[in-house]
Each structure stands twice: as C-alpha cells, then as structure tokens.
Design a protein around this ligand. Structure first.
Ligand code: RP5
Length: 162
C-alpha cells in the first residue's frame, strides 16, 4: 500500500508528542510511516527523504522537532509536498523556541505550523486527514463523524458546584 502521510521527527525523544499524530492516522485508517530523521544529525538522510517524497506518493509530511527546530523548514525547502510542522516542547524553553523556529519561515517556503506539543501533533494529523478527505468522500464522512462525536462529548460536559 502506498504510504500517504509521512511522520518524521528529530529524535526518538519526540515520540511521546508525535505518537499523537500517528494515533489519529491509525484511527482514520491512513497509510502512514513514522521515522526519526534528524536535520542536524542525519542531514543527508533528511534531504533524501524530502527528495523522494513526491515520487513515493506522499500527500503530506508531518514533521516534529524541538529546540532549533529546522527539520520542517529544511524538508519544505527540498520538496513541494506540503509540510505540517509540529513544535515539540523543549527542556529549557518549553517549546516556544521550537514554535518560533518552525513558524517563522521566510516568504516562499511555507510550513503549516501547529500548536506546541500533543495538541499540535494531533491537529497536524487531523489536518492531513482533511486534505486527503477532499478527494475521498468516505474519509470525509469519517471526519464528520469524528467531529460529531466531539460535539456530543462537549454537550454532555457537566460542571461541579461552585
Ligand atoms: C531535536 O532536538 C529533536 O527534535 C528533539 O526535540 C531535540 C532533542 O533531541 P534529543 O537530544 O532528545 O535526541 O533535534
């Protein structure tokens, strides 16, 4: 089966965050892969991954990194496959450094940037699902059902007495 969505991250230490993207892709039955591709420790592998992405049929790459988080931007520089960037919370600056590194791409090379941490990882995957759903009515129905389920959960929320 052709992999549709690539999930890459700079380190295995990013997995706690990035697994939330993978869980969403699994839930929606999206063909995906997850790998460590470090921008500064494996730059040649990173370029090779980006260069092969379109030819392999990837529809989007979800890239998570922390600190001086250049992985999403450098991937985007080497492919026109959409790159969805997830800032991973860093030890010292809590991911604000990661967010700024990923979101502040100069004009011309876009990276769609999501929230710091697990919400960003999950939302990047939901965004990828939405992209695929544009050409897949059954997947769109699943996404709508997911939203409806969330709505029901919110409607049934109760609050404790003040
Ligand atoms: C980045 O450096 C990774 O994305 C990770 O968030 C951060 C720390 O990596 P480790 O030192 O935990 O391997 O490249």
């Amino acid at each position: 089966m052709t992999v549709q969505i690539g999930v890459v991250m700079g380190s295995s230490s990013d997995w706690d965050t990035m697994q939330h993207a993978v869980q969403i892709l699994q839930e929606f039955g999206i063909a995906h892969e997850a790998r460590v591709v470090s921008a500064h420790r494996m730059p040649d592998d990173m370029f090779a991954y980006a260069e092969a992405a379109a030819g392999r049929g990837l529809q989007a790459i979800i890239a998570g990194a922390g600190g001086a988080a250049h992985l999403p931007g450098m991937l985007a520089a080497k492919t026109t496959v959409p790159v969805l960037g997830v800032p991973v919370a860093s030890r010292h600056l809590q991911g604000v450094d990661s967010l700024h590194s990923i979101v502040q791409m100069p004009k011309g090379i876009p990276v769609a940037t999501f929230a710091i941490g697990t919400a960003g990882a999950a939302n990047a995957a939901l965004f990828a699902v939405a992209l695929l759903a544009n050409h897949d009515p059954a997947l769109r129905a699943k996404l709508e059902a997911f939203r409806s389920a969330q709505t029901e959960v919110a409607r049934n929320m109760t609050l404790p007495p003040a």
